[in-house]
Design a binder for this molecule. Structure first.
Ligand code: ZN
Length: 479
């Protein structure tokens, strides 16, 4: 039997406010354990929370960027459960009146646009972190992350494949980066996704029983976890079993998931309105000013690249998905002038560097301006492609200016006709076999000789000129 896959995502993202959501502690990653907490975020008796207005503003901004309606009246609620990383034994969250609701995000799947509903976005506080002692002596708790502001983005179950789930996660991350409400540093856990998945026989309407996999912190793990879970559920059903509603833990190294606990229902948490915080009222003026603060979003930037700069849709999509790459593109085009050259080099060279070395490349001295300068030298025919790559490597390594590197390394293209002619003659004389092959019609021999001449010119020859001189000399020598 064939099955449809039904997926919904819950994405938690930390907001990059200066301070935590209900107290004045610094909201900063990486301090020594338990150095960024106070009686409020540690849940000491007698303390009172105060809502951080910027956190609320960021949540609204994210909601507007995802086409949500904004609740003009909402409130915070207590979600009650015990876990050692949460000293209050409840989490302040939002239950029936989330700050944002009824939105959507458009994703690009195989060149087509698909709309995924956003059910709600609500504010809540993060919990601390358990550190399991590698020597088996016990478990330590770091409360620094307690009270860090989060938004939880809950999608509708509109996703129909593991690939769509990954693309949606990428798209939402990109929107959060563009609106600058979150750093989205995945390695620090500042954005993570829960995957809710069920399957149903193709052609049927009713949803099957769903399972939830929590805290996936990479695009790849979201897709792989969804693939494996869909397969596992199909296997259970094929054997005549039933899927149990439960929370599962995905092990990315093993490539499989394990049952953790039965899935809780909302009523298990005994939600009730947080008595220590006043309700939230969003007035027109404030809402309008937040609307005005929303920058150009990835989708419209992509359309601009396609329509105004003539960049292919696939390339434009990939470049704009990462705001920092798109910013680099814009800065380079401003210097180099040729948008297509810049996009080709980003799609090949920069993407390869990001794949190999991670996004740290985007923090290197090879910024958009220097990248554009190197491409301008290339555009003017003053350096070769191979030299352009070398200059980029050296800028990243040393931080020197492209023009200095080109000067110092003598990378300017060699156009002296006599030098080129000498090199061509020398190569023809010292490679009689290749010459004979060329005369007898073997096309490949030309490429070989061309490579030798470029080598003779230390990679600095102008390929067009070398080709022309070599063709002329070969014809002269063979006639
Ligand atoms: Zn605090």
């Amino acid at each position: 039997m064939e099955y449809d896959i039904i997926i919904g995502l819950e994405i938690h993202s930390e907001l990059k406010t200066q301070s935590k959501v209900f107290c004045g502690c610094k909201n900063e990653f990486g301090g020594d354990p338990n150095t960024q907490c106070c009686p409020v975020c540690l849940g000491m008796p007698g303390t009172l929370p105060v809502l951080n207005k910027t956190a609320l503003e960021y949540a609204i901004k994210a909601g507007l960027a995802m086409n949500c309606k904004i609740s003009r009246f909402s409130k915070l609620d207590r979600k009650n459960f015990f876990y050692p990383d949460m000293p209050k034994a409840y989490q302040i969250s939002q239950y029936d009146l989330p700050i944002c609701y009824d939105g959507y995000v458009d994703i690009e799947v195989n060149g087509e646009t698909k709309r995924i509903g956003i059910e709600r976005i609500h504010i809540e506080e993060d919990a601390g972190k358990l550190v399991h002692d590698p020597y088996g002596q016990g478990t330590l708790i770091d409360y620094n992350r307690c009270g860090v502001p989060l938004i939880e983005i809950v999608t509708r179950p509109d996703i129909r494949s593991p690939e769509e789930a990954r693309i949606l996660f990428e798209t939402i991350k990109s929107i959060l980066e563009y609106t600058e409400v979150s750093d989205c540093r995945m390695q620090e856990g500042s954005i993570r996704a829960d995957v809710n998945l069920s399957i149903r026989p193709k052609g049927t309407e009713a949803f099957g029983v769903r399972t939830e996999m929590k805290n996936l912190n990479s695009f790849r793990s979201v897709q792989r976890a969804a693939e494996a879970e869909a397969k596992r559920q199909a296997e259970v059903l094929r054997k005549g079993g039933v899927v149990i509603q439960e929370t599962r833990r995905w092990d990315d190294n093993k490539g499989e998931s394990f049952s953790m606990r039965g899935k809780e229902e909302a009523m298990d948490y005994r939600y009730f309105p947080e008595p220590d915080l006043v309700p939230i009222v969003v007035d027109d003026e404030w809402l309008e000013s937040i609307k005005r603060s929303i920058p150009e979003l990835p989708q419209s930037r992509r359309d601009r690249y396609i329509n105004e700069l003539g960049i292919p849709r696939y390339d434009a999509n990939l470049i704009t998905m990462n705001k920092r790459v798109a910013d680099m593109f814009d800065a380079a085009v401003a210097v180099c002038g040729n948008a297509k050259t810049v996009s080709n080099w980003i799609m090949t060279d920069i993407m390869r560097r990001i794949n190999d070395k991670g996004e740290a490349v985007l923090d290197s001295p090879l910024n958009g301006k220097r990248f554009g300068e190197i491409l301008l030298f290339l555009e003017k025919g003053e350096i070769t492609q191979a030299s352009a790559k070398k200059v980029m490597d050296e800028v990243i390594e040393t931080g020197a200016e492209p023009s200095e590197i080109i000067e110092k390394r003598g990378l300017k293209v060699q156009r002296d006709e006599n030098l080129v002619l000498d090199a061509v003659r020398k190569v023809i004389q010292s490679n009689p076999q290749a010459f004979n092959d060329y005369v007898s019609g073997k096309e490949k021999a030309f490429g070989f000789l061309m490579g030798r001449v470029m080598g003779e010119l230390k990679g600095k020859g102008d390929p067009a000129q070398v080709k022309e001189v070599l063709t002329r000399e070969l014809q002269a020598a063979s006639s």
